[in-house]
Design a protein around this ligand. Sequence first.
Ligand code: MN3
Length: 201
Amino acid sequence: MLKYPYELPELPYEYDALEPFIDSETMHYHHDKHFKTYIDNLNKALEPYPQLQKMPLEWLLMNPFRIPPEIRTFLMNNAGGVYNHYLFFNNLTPEKEKNQPTTKLSSMIEKQFGSMENLKKIFIENAESVFGSGYTFLTMAQNGMLKIINTANQDTVLMFNVMPVILVDVWEHAYYLKYKNLRKEYLENIFNVINWQAFFN
Ligand code: MN3
């Protein structure tokens, strides 16, 4: 899927497909500039290390202490940026039938969170509380336990041994052009275009 040399994947929908919730200009900056910069920097970090080039992206992210200390922070930040943005853009869709969970996931949500509305409320509260830059994930453990996890900067959820169900990028670059400082408004709007079926079927 994702391997060296990394390339910017195409958006799986048109830039304006998520309007009015996520505007086309934000999508261009976020995908073509921010995401691309993480890709370019990750390639740059790996260029002098043929052994590391062969390793899957997930391996790099799960083995920080196998990364030479002189490039560790730079490589981890950019590997996380590539991994999280790959998930993020695939986690959105204009297709209405995918903007809701499958019947199976719906019943798990109702059982564990009471209702979809309650999950959304708790998710948004968590995402509002991310201090500075990061992400909010809804994750699922192997036993089916759903959990909301916030990560800082470009940290991933790989270390928690869970799979992402949905995620929201709460870096300002994800919403500032349209929503300015109103993170909560961005969060409420992005729920209209979440692809609930991207990682869980
Ligand atoms: Mn981003």
